[in-house]
Design a protein around this ligand. Structure first.
Ligand SMILES: Cc1cc2nc3c(=O)[nH]c(=O)nc-3n(C[C@H](O)[C@H](O)[C@H](O)COP(=O)(O)OP(=O)(O)OC[C@H]3O[C@@H](n4cnc5c(N)ncnc54)[C@H](O)[C@@H]3O)c2cc1C
Length: 422
């Protein structure tokens, strides 16, 4: 049996970044995935690397809005009847976390990690020869002028954290994005963030860097993990591998491995779609634009303008449904002159999301040598390199650069009666 220091399960942005930071601390690391690196959410996202102060997806407390979402009448969120039935406690907890106290806790917890996000990405991108994907575009957010709350909250946090933030007049918006039509919408510019032209290209470049630095990438099923007496082993395509330390970075699939071990995380797979489109003749878009009320993002990418949808709460592995993308596309055409699609069909993926929208980063409370790095919700592409560093610092016994307490697995421990904690 082969032996390494650390096995990282899952080769998305979270797992690859953790593997690189552990490797930089002298660990021999094996990165295991069932398929090629960077093929799931880490490929299909909107490529926005937002700065601190941005607030997460929220769920309205209004019964009217919830009803419309359940009926599939709004593009920002589709909550299927299955979602209502199976995720009611999750939905309640998510809605509670959407209130201003929960949002404030979220922003405070993530601020130091988000502040490090761009720098951590650029350091990896420089080493991986991937700087060509990065652009200092910032982000434009469009808010429904009648719903001032989200914009007010963000303005408040941007002031606290000193993050660049400016309300744009129609003239200023036209100067920034001449082909955007935002009549009746409130436009806000976040200049400090970056975006990338290919999230999959970036993630795969980081995986190549890991391999070039001596890391091992292998395929295999993470669910083959077994552990006894502090030694963990998995079956990989080139034979079994053992290690004293295992990192679970399986994104929306993390609970498949952890629930049988006794960790009943309330992890939801918030599905989302993307479709690349051509810009209509003569039109161009220079930076990501997020329409907050209707839940979609338009992001210029290598393949065209990528339109990503809001959240769909449906069974993770159910077939794609066309409705939300159709709604988002109709809404997107109202604000930008889009041409024909580039892709034959929309891509479908899932954001791994806990009710407080914060990831779980840190040790498993009842299994020595087992570590968690998942649940990055809708900011995982941005945060992966920074949370990978945080996790590696914790595993190596260094002083972590950010307070890891808000990300502790123990915040969900109320339902884990079966486990005896260390
Ligand atoms: C539509 C959409 C738009 C988004 N936009 C943004 C954005 O603009 N900015 C941002 O920061 N974030 C965004 N996100 C969120 C971001 O994409 C995710 O948070 C992030 O990619 C999660 O990374 P991950 O590595 O945890 O998961 P993933 O990238 O999903 O990786 C998990 C890996 O685990 C592997 N795996 C699963 N099961 C097994 C198994 N049994 N055995 C072996 N391997 C297994 C999978 O193959 C996969 O490679 C968006 C997400 C979506 C869906």
């Amino acid at each position: 049996m082969r032996s390494v220091d650390v096995i990282v399960l899952g080769a998305g942005i979270a797992g690859i970044s953790a593997a690189l930071h552990l490797q930089a601390r002298g660990r021999q690391v094996l990165l295991l995935d069932r398929g090629p690196a960077g093929e799931e959410a880490s490929r299909g996202n909107a490529g926005v690397i937002a700065r601190d102060g941005c607030i997460p997806h929220r769920l309205s407390a209004s019964p009217m809005v919830l009803g419309a979402q359940a009926l599939g009448l709004r593009s920002d969120a589709h909550v299927s009847w299955w979602g209502m039935r199976h995720h009611l406690p999750w939905l309640r907890a998510f809605r509670d976390a959407s209130a201003s106290v929960g949002v404030s806790r979220y922003v405070r917890a993530l601020a130091p990690v988000q502040a490090a996000a761009v720098g951590e990405h650029l350091a990896l991108a420089r080493a991986a020869n991937a700087l060509r994907f990065f652009r200092p575009t910032g982000l434009v957010k469009l808010h429904d002028a009648r719903d001032a709350e989200a914009a007010e909250l963000e303005a408040h946090f941007a002031r606290i954290y000193g993050t660049g933030y400016s309300e744009l007049s129609s003239v200023e918006l036209a100067r920034l994005e001449p082909h955007l039509v935002a009549r009746g919408l409130r436009a806000v510019y976040w200049p400090d963030g970056q975006s990338v032209s290919s999230p999959g290209g970036v993630t795969k470049a980081y995986a190549r860097l890991f391999r070039e630095r001596g890391g091992i990438i292998d395929t295999g099923d993470a669910l083959s993990l077994t552990g006894a007496h502090g030694v963990w082993s998995v079956r990989a395509s080139r034979g079994a591998v053992e290690a004293g330390t295992v990192v679970v970075a399986l994104g929306s699939w993390s609970a498949d491995l952890l629930t049988p071990l006794g960790y009943a995380f309330p992890l939801a797979a918030l599905r989302g779609y993307h479709l690349h489109l051509r810009a209509a003749a003569g039109a161009s878009l220079s930076r990501p634009v997020a329409d907050v009320a209707r839940g979609f993002v338009l992001s210029p990418m290598e393949r065209g303008i990528r339109l990503t949808t809001g959240v769909e709460l449906a069974p993770r592995d159910a077939p794609a449904r066309p409705r939300q993308m159709a709604q988002a596309l109709a809404a997107a055409r109202e604000i930008f002159p889009l041409g024909s699609p580039v892709d034959a069909a929309p891509w479908l993926g899932a954001r791994p999301c806990l009710p407080d929208s914060l990831p779980v980063i840190g040790p498993a409370p009842a299994h020595p040598g087992l570590w968690f790095c998942f649940g990055h919700a809708d900011t995982g592409f941005a945060l992966g390199p920074a949370t990978g560093r945080l996790l590696a610092e914790m595993i190596a016994g260094e002083t972590p650069f950010a307070d890891p307490d808000p990300f502790s697995a123990r915040r969900f421990a109320a339902g884990w009666e079966m486990l005896r904690f260390a």
